[in-house]
Design a protein around this ligand. Structure first.
Ligand code: UT7
Length: 345
């Protein structure tokens, strides 16, 4: 089996910032409440014209391709994790393929909500490990704020938009994706969802079903239930991925977690016995960007230079489904070369 190494990374967040103080003007909340309960201070909102799911994916992907130093025509497969595609069909990944000039690539979207990127990383790495493909672009992009009811203080404080991408390449070195754990429990589906279309092609009824409400569909969430689930599952699935990689907790150098709530992240870090300085946190700036949160963290961590060859990290996420996913990744020297290439322009 060959290894699937991360050799390129990129990220994009929209320009428009929405602060907690601005939210105070919109719903009955306070900066103090949001920071103490979640750790979030501000988030980015996708512009309806500039920041389509395709456009955000394209920006993050181009960076990742540049860092990897590959030609887009080298890409064998694009897996794009999103639950907010611009169109039902074709897949956003097909549109992305054209934008990038990755004309040889197979392409499909993958929907696993906030767990989507880690699911996609598992799929992409398997194609490399089994020798089917050599180069895979894995993208996580969401614009969930399009489906947020900005009169619902239970959800509107949490989410932001963005995109992150990595290039995976076949490697014979001791690096790359070492293990994957994927999980789902559909019994909890009703705790976090966005309705789709009904049999008349209209958005399924929200609220009282008045005609004007049929025009919009909003995220619904039972925050307490999702919180309880996530505190349990983040730690459990992270430990499972470490065991599956044949490592011990002491071998883990970094936790790159889904950015939903600082209290949830802290619980996972405690389970892994990692101090805060070994946990990548950016939800204070971006909130919960769904499928984009883990690759955005990864891109920031890689750009910081704090990831050294041979370091092991756990990527872990949870979300609607209810779903969860984790991977152990060993950082390699290809990653360092990529960084140098990026620095040299
Ligand atoms: O990617 C997965 C996406 N979803 C999640 O990650 C959600 C996970 N859940 C959470 O992060 C937390 O459950 C929340 C941040 C959503 C809520 O925090 P909590 O500590 O579980 O608060 P709570 O829902 O138990 O509410 C406590 C109080 C309630 O008031 P009472 O009943 O005690 O008077 C709420 O009505 O806080 C109130 N509250 C708020 N107050 C100010 C709820 N939302 C807000 C708000 N501002 N935005």
């Amino acid at each position: 089996m060959r290894n699937a190494a991360i050799t390129g990374w990129g990220m994009y967040v929209p320009e428009q910032v929405l602060t907690n103080h601005e939210l105070e003007q919109m719903v009955d909340t306070s900066d103090e409440w949001i920071v103490s309960r979640t750790g979030i201070r501000e988030r980015r909102l996708a512009s309806t014209t500039e920041d389509t799911t395709l456009a955000m994916s394209c920006r993050a992907s181009k960076q990742a391709i540049q860092v990897a130093g590959i030609d887009p025509a080298d890409i064998d497969l694009i897996v794009l994790a999103t639950v907010t595609p611009d169109k039902f069909m074709p897949s956003t990944s097909s549109l992305l393929q054209t934008e990038l000039g990755a004309h040889r690539a197979a392409a499909f979207d993958l929907a696993a909500a906030c767990s989507g990127f880690v699911y996609a990383l598992a799929v992409g790495s398997q194609f490399i490990q089994t020798g089917v493909y050599r180069t895979v672009l894995v993208v996580g992009t969401d614009a969930l704020t399009r489906f947020i009811d900005f009169t619902d203080r239970g959800t509107c404080i949490l989410f932001g938009d963005g995109s992150g991408a990595v290039v995976l390449q076949a490697s014979d070195a001791d690096e790359g994706v070492l293990s994957n754990v994927l999980g789902s429990d559909g019994r909890g589906a009703h705790h976090l969802y966005i309705d789709g279309f009904d049999s008349n092609g209209l958005y399924a009824a929200n609220g009282n079903g008045a005609v004007e409400e049929l025009q919009r569909t909003y995220m619904k969430m039972n925050g307490n239930e999702v919180f309880r689930f996530s505190v349990r599952v983040m730690g459990e699935t992270a430990v499972e991925a470490v065991n599956k990689a044949g490592l011990r907790l002491g071998d883990i150098d970094w936790l790159i977690p889904h950015q939903a709530n600082l209290r949830i992240i802290d619980a996972a870090a405690k389970r892994l016995d990692l101090p805060r300085e070994r946990v990548w946190v950016n939800l204070d700036r971006y909130g919960n960007t769904s499928a984009a949160s883990v690759p955005i963290c990864l891109a920031e961590a890689a750009d910081s230079g704090k990831l050294k060859p041979g370091m092991n990290m756990v990527l872990v996420a949870f979300g609607a489904g209810l779903s969860w996913a984790s991977s152990v990744v060993r950082w390699g020297s290809q990653g360092v070369r990529g960084r140098e290439a990026e620095r040299d322009g």
